[in-house]
Design a protein around this ligand. Structure first.
Ligand SMILES: [Zn+2]
Length: 315
């Protein structure tokens, strides 16, 4: 049998010393089931920034700026309010379905299709108010399509009224408007936080901090309308904390302790040392066999020489 060569031995040693590493890395990966365990489904809210779309030079293409006061258009204010409300709701871990997130025209039917397919538990349509011919008309109002949405409208009105009190926005209360969103089976409101036709309120609507106060008031109303939003957020945070703990515990259990690693290192080194000793012994035996061959030849040569000497003596 041929003695193992040194490169083969070193390779064996390296394999012995490192074979544990990939196994350990695999074992310490947190399993997907641990992190997704008992996470509640997201609470869904639908948000509709009213109006939308710009004139593209073709009157046959529909567009709808809503109320226009100078260069200020309702469609831009409602989109800004919608995106701000989405940000706030996301901090509550709510999944927000928007009817639009850009300046585009949508029919009421288009919007309703989005809301109906969203699985939302509440729906807020965002607008700003207008009163042609009397710029002194002002205040906030919340519209609702049917009696079932009245409690929701009242809580949204309460949140808005409180949030906009520092801006001296009058609270005009809630009003039934049964021609819009009449098919809504979920709590539904149309929010009109201020009048774009009122100069003071138009100036306020152009201030980002006022628009932030509007969406904060709406969020406060939503949280008051359904405590499950905060319950779901807490449950989600608890489930995530638990999953993180499990992942940590799993990592601690599957990762060998430093002592264990050192033990494997010693075992690997011992195996390599043993194989090296065997290699040296085999090499020594082979070289000693090599040395006997010329001495045997030498012996034969000596014998031949002796015989020749004997023969020469006979002659
Ligand atoms: Zn409008």
């Amino acid at each position: 049998m041929r003695a193992p060569r040194l490169p083969a031995l070193l390779a064996t040693g390296i394999v012995l010393l490192t074979f544990l590493h990939p196994a350990r890395a695999l074992a310490s990966e947190p399993s997907p089931s641990a992190s997704s365990a008992s996470v509640p489904p997201p609470y869904v809210v639908a948000v509709d920034p009213g109006h939308g779309g710009s004139y593209a030079g073709d009157l046959s293409i529909p567009w709808d700026p809503g109320v226009v006061a100078g260069s200020v258009m309702e469609k831009d204010l409602t989109l800004d309010l919608g995106l701000r409300l989405r940000e706030l709701l996301r901090t509550e871990r709510v999944r927000v379905v928007m009817t639009r997130t850009s300046d585009r025209f949508m029919t009421i039917a288009d919007r309703w299709a989005v809301v109906a397919a969203s699985g939302a538990r509440m729906f807020v349509s965002l607008h700003v108010n207008a009163f042609d011919g009397d710029s002194s008309i002002n205040g906030l109002t919340v519209l609702y399509p049917r009696a079932e949405s009245l409690p929701f409208a009242r809580t949204i009105e309460g949140g808005l009224s409180h949030a906009l009190a520092p801006y001296q926005i009058e609270d005009d209360g809630v009003a039934l408007k049964p021609e819009l969103w009449v098919h809504a089976q979920i709590p539904t409101v149309t929010v009109e936080p201020a009048y774009l036709t009122n100069p003071r309120e138009a100036a306020l609507l152009q201030r980002p901090e006022f628009r932030q106060a509007v969406v904060q008031g709406i969020l406060d109303g939503m949280l008051a309308a359904d405590p499950r939003i905060e319950q779901d957020r807490r449950a989600l945070e608890q489930a995530e904390a638990l999953a993180a703990q499990r992942a940590l515990a799993l990592r601690a259990r599957t990762s060998p302790t430093p002592g264990f690693q050192v033990w494997w290192l010693y075992a690997g080194a011992a195996v390599v040392f043993f194989l090296l000793i065997r290699e040296r012994a085999a090499t020594r035996m082979a070289s000693s066999r090599f040395r006997t061959r010329p001495s045997r030849r030498l012996m034969r040569r000596r014998r031949t020489l002796d015989r020749r000497r004997t023969l020469s003596r006979r002659i």
